[in-house]
Write a new protein. Structure first.
Length: 119
């Protein structure tokens, strides 16, 4: 288990170096000083860290969850797909999110429209 959290810290460091900025509005049930930290315990981020350890290079990392993917997790997966040169597919309750080379299948403007509607 420690391996996974060590990888998660590495993911955080590398995506921040690439330009990721935490979207703290997606941290619910957390005091302000813990919001950024709590975002890193979202299930798809932990699953991605595990995928980096368990899935051979060149093979897509597939993640499935029974809730919607928040905007912060979406941004992390977008940056991570570029940083780690991995294809990432996240299936949430509504749709597939397909990330490759720092981009998602749908345009970023489509995502922003969707997020504005959801909030």
């Amino acid at each position: 288990m420690d391996e996974i959290y060590e990888m998660l810290e590495k993911v955080e460091e590398l995506v921040k170096d690439k330009g990721y900025v935490p979207q703290k509005q997606y941290a619910v049930n957390s005091a302000d000083e813990y919001k950024e930290q709590s975002l890193w315990y979202h299930s798809e981020k932990i699953a991605f860290a595990f995928g980096l350890l368990a899935v051979p290079a060149g093979v897509p990392i597939r993640i499935k969850k029974n809730l919607r993917t928040c905007g912060d997790c979406h941004m992390v997966m977008k940056f991570a797909s570029e940083v780690f040169k991995r294809e990432i597919i996240v299936r949430d309750i509504n749709r597939f999110h397909h990330f490759r080379n720092g981009r998602q299948g749908a345009s970023d403007s489509d995502l922003h429209k969707l997020l504005e509607h959801a909030l």
